[in-house]
Design a protein around this ligand. Sequence first.
Ligand code: DX5
Ligand code: ZN
Length: 226
Amino acid sequence: MTVRLSPSILSADLAHLADDVAKVRSGGADFIHVDVMDGRFVPNLTYGAPVVAALRRATDAPLDCHLMVEHPEEYLGPFADAGATIVTIHPEATPHLERHLAEIRRRGMKAGAAINPATPLAAIEEVAAELDLLLVMTVNPGFGGQAFWEPALEKVRRARALLDARRSGAMLEVDGGVARDTIGRLAAAGADTFVSGHAVFSAADPAAEVRELRRLAEAGAAGRKA
Ligand code: DX5
Ligand code: ZN
């Protein structure tokens, strides 16, 4: 299993964003996770397509954009134009998930669906074959640095089984509370793509933290096969 690390800039120093991105990339970060919040779908407000465009100029890293917004369809064109690589939307935010996933792909990006802790996997089951990425939230979205939601481990196992049963090659991403004490267990449960904000950017050496998280994820994934 390929392990991918996607540090979230939610916990970076926005006044020195390019420096923080360069640090985690030097530690081997595969993606940069961009948490887009509209103050409506979640009770917090962050940034949108102009910041994605600025990141696109600052790094060649794939930009893993997580849209925690109402009316996600309104953002797809601007995000494609800004250079987003992956766009992940929430089924809780739209009755037209399938249509918007198709639109993301039509615009040349990878399409992801993200489900909140209280949302059953059934919300994405019918579109599993159309996903490039499934994001199982391991906290309720809105803020960085929250405590890991333990029941997510079992949900990740079921998500892995669902993707495997559909012979899906989609990435299985987890987001929220991913740190040294949780990442190995999440990898053992079948996650392969790991968002981490607070743990990476609050570390004295974010590059070293990315390397350590990858080591622990790979150890967890190896345990899964055994
Ligand atoms: C939560 C966001 C996450 C967040 C994770 O609303 O979707 O991406 O940055 O943060 P940590 O790793 O700090 O729990
Ligand atoms: Zn996120």
